[in-house]
Design a binder for this molecule. Structure first.
Ligand SMILES: C=C(O[C@@H]1C=C(C(=O)O)C=C[C@H]1O)C(=O)O
Length: 376
């Protein structure tokens, strides 16, 4: 057998499997369409994030390779997106323009087959959800280097929203320009957070360049595309989208730069057995108030994964606490703790229970694939 014949024989195997896969996928879509019809008749929201996460979790648990678990998830992200679109295209509002890290986070959760609508400000993103112009609002919550995103925290306090998903995205910045070399760059465009995250690299490599703040990393790429002597600090995807050349990769000062995002909706999730719950509360101004409020969580051995305070802007010198812990609000121990908490706090808002993601395994976008699609 020649090499060509050998490859041809194996390709026949692949072609046969692809035909079977297509047949199976269409049968799967048919079930989803039928479920969609039942949901439409009964006014049920077509999108069920907890069910989707349960499917992915069950499949990755069964997976014996050679597919990696990340690949199984990536494939199912798109299968689920194609399935959802048969029921109703999912409208996702995010902080634009296109190819911001928020856009990438949204794609990592909902696949390429959704109706993504960029908005100019975080307030507009929340408004899109509250005015029912989108099913989901995708917002950044905290960054591993810079901490909580103040405006998101304030809006979570003010607006009636429910957290339905979380995701951690690795923030990998590049320096991208219209051409030339790093040394020829006279102006650097970047979002203030991105500039701050690359401060040392810029000092060491482009000490004399002027720094220009942009409203987003994607807008920085737009500016760089118009300035022959300029460059942007942005994602590879934003650079490719604006036809920029990658002058340097991974220019952030610390590896492990990760941003956490919330997908907000209106409907409470069912438990998946692997959830996290986020709450927001204020305590009365008296000794031991915070300790007393949290005591039931310790008694039930609930794992608190975050606690962060923000000034309450409606009541000066009072504080709001944002806290996350493992488990679902319907779990008996958490129900009990939340009941006790409501009696010991001056304000309590349960922001939602949602499938838990691992901050140590953030979503990474495939660099090679992006470069292949771009100019470089
Ligand atoms: C088909 C359904 O609707 C949507 C599509 C899903 C799927 O394709 O498996 C899962 C959850 C929902 O977001 C369902 O609720 O089961």
């Amino acid at each position: 057998m020649t090499v060509t014949e050998e490859i041809q024989a194996l390709r026949e195997g692949i072609d046969g499997l692809d035909r079977e896969l297509l047949e199976l996928l269409n049968r799967r879509m048919d079930y989803a369409r039928r479920i969609g019809e039942i949901k439409a008749r009964h006014g049920i929201d077509p999108f069920d994030p907890a069910r989707e996460e349960a499917i992915c979790r069950c499949l990755t648990a069964r997976n014996r390779g050679p597919l990696s678990d990340e690949s199984v998830r990536a494939i199912y992200r798109e299968i689920l997106a194609a399935s959802r679109i048969l029921q109703q295209p999912l409208g996702v509002a995010f902080l634009g323009p296109e190819w911001t890290y928020s856009h990438l986070a949204a794609i990592s959760l909902f696949g390429h087959n959704a109706r993504y609508v960029p908005h100019r400000t975080l307030i507009d993103v929340f408004d899109a959800l509250n005015k029912n112009l989108a099913h989901i609002a995708l917002v950044p919550v905290e960054n591993s280097l810079e901490g909580g995103i103040a405006q998101t925290m304030d809006l979570l306090y003010e607006r009636p929203v429910v957290i339905v998903r979380e995701c951690y995205l690795e923030i990998a910045h590049c320096l991208a320009g219209r051409g030339g070399e790093v040394a020829a760059v006279k102006r650097i465009y970047g979002h203030p957070h991105a500039l701050a995250q690359c401060r040392r690299w810029v000092f060491e490599n482009l000490r004399h360049a002027e720094l220009h703040e942009s409203a987003s990393t994607a807008q920085a790429a737009q500016h760089a595309a118009k300035d022959p002597e300029g460059a942007a600090i942005c994602s590879l995807q934003a650079a490719c989208h604006h036809g920029l050349k990658i002058l340097a990769e991974r220019v952030e000062d610390h590896s492990g730069n990760t941003t956490r995002f919330f997908a907000l909706g209106h409907r409470k999730n069912a438990p998946t057995g692997h959830d996290k719950t986020s709450i927001l509360f204020a305590v009365p101004d008296k000794p031991g108030a915070l300790y007393t409020a949290l005591e039931p969580f310790a008694r039930w051995q609930l794992n608190m994964t975050r606690i962060e305070s923000r000034p309450n802007r409606l009541m000066p010198w009072q504080y709001l606490f944002f806290s996350d812990f493992e488990g679902h609000r319907d779990d008996p121990q958490i129900e009990d703790s939340l009941q006790a908490l409501s009696e010991r706090t001056s304000f309590l808002k349960i922001l939602g229970s949602y499938p838990r993601s691992d901050p140590m395994k953030p979503i990474r976008f495939d660099f090679e694939k992006v470069r292949f699609g771009g100019e470089n």
